[in-house]
Design a protein around this ligand. Sequence first.
Ligand SMILES: Nc1ncnc2c1ncn2[C@@H]1O[C@H](COP(=O)(O)OP(=O)(O)OP(=O)(O)O)[C@@H](O)[C@H]1O
Ligand SMILES: [Mg+2]
Length: 504
Amino acid sequence: MKNIILEMIDIHKSFGNTKALSGISLSLEKGDILGLCGENGAGKSTLMKILSGVYPKSTYEGDILINNQKISFKNTVDAEKNGIAIIHQELNLVPNMTVMENIWLGRYLTKFGKLNKDKMNKETRMFCKGLAPHIDPTSKIKDLSTAERQIVEIIKAISKDVKILIFDEPTSSLTEVETKKLITLIKDLQALGVTSVYISHKLNEIFELTNKVAVIRDGKSIGYDSTENLTENKIISMMVGRDLETLSKKQDYKPGKIVFEAKEYTAYSSQNPNIKTVDNASFCLYEGEILGFSGLIGAGRTELMTCIYGVYDGKYTGKSYLYDKLLNINNPQDAINNHITYVPEERKLHGIIANQKISSNITLSILKQISKKGILNLDLEKKLAQEVIKDLKIKIPSLESPISALSGGNQQKCVIGKNLLIKPKILILDEPTRGVDVGAKFEIYKYINQIAKDGCSVIIVSSELPEIINMSNRVIIMSEGKIQGELVDEAITQEAIMNLGIGS
Ligand SMILES: Nc1ncnc2c1ncn2[C@@H]1O[C@H](COP(=O)(O)OP(=O)(O)OP(=O)(O)O)[C@@H](O)[C@H]1O
Ligand SMILES: [Mg+2]
């Protein structure tokens, strides 16, 4: 006997002229963990925003049925009352509030009309314990790392006692360890009868966790099957509508001259000046090299890169050299003047101006080159943005749309494209393919290989081992702020990286 608890029937939704969903249907049985797969811009987040009340009834067509009853939500609170909660792809926490306050926002527990802080703290602690025992409920969100913030989002949703939980790329900034914990947690919830929808571009997670998979493409349902009947390749070809070429590692690379050297970088936490986030780190970079930086979250990789780029928020010491010339970089402009660019991991904070149009976001990095006497050359802006969009196959409604109207993965491609326009000698990419679908990842990798071939040196900071292993000519492994070692060519294996990463 099937126990269908949820159906979405013939859902349509448009944003202006963009048809995001054209007739999608979906059903869930109690206790299902459904994997929702599709390329960037396929409509996954939009569909789940409809299910979770972000987009109210008047903004879409089609029906939602819970236990065979038609239902519609006015907003997310309404959906939560009906047992449906979503963990968004883009984090939505209030930076200046504590973990506890964020988790209970809008539904504070009270006792005799007063805030019951003790109870809220206790419950928060309990939820943290299972997933991230190191998170202190009284810390402010702004003092947490991206990974920790993502965990807080997850805790916030599961604390709401819901029947259907939607995870929109929950692991995009989690480590393998945290991901494993989350997967166990979702399975535990399943045992308690909670039904989940899980969006991820990481197909290994889909296979580990889900029992059913739905694939959507261009806003249409393409496939729906039990996970056990599917393979990675089957899902990918449903997603992209073609077979993908496989990416071969850069073959013909020979180390050239040393382009860049970082010497003895040490950085201190801005919150606690006694804590070293980077500890005497030195490395060099060769012409045309792709250098991977691996390590667990908190290993100091991002901190080291932000020091070099002049945007680290605490005290630090250390020197950088470009072809033996000592650099003095105190802000991004200094770095860009020296042909160094950095693509940050958290695009929402550093990468984009959400309400500005796509073309100006892409060309922001070269504003000076495309302006004359302070007047922007709009034709040139348009032309350059169009080239980037074509090169990286970015899916957009129009150049005039705000960048916030793009799907998560397509925003990421804009941020990368923007930095490629600078034509840097040294390009530092921090988690470059976070939230990017398999097809688009391939385009980004191909592009990185191409610019490295043309002589640009690329640093890739990534928590995804396959990415590090497949792309890098050399890998530096960091842990606890220190450089633990490096691996070259054939010696770059998962095992070797993990061994160095845990400091053994
Ligand atoms: N607020 C918005 N305004 C205009 N267009 C939008 C808006 N949100 C989404 N879209 C468009 O709707 C389509 C579906 O986007 P959606 O975010 O659902 O994709 P997705 O499958 O979640 O992609 P990703 O894997 O990149 O997160 C895209 O073409 C996107 O540009
Ligand atoms: Mg999305």
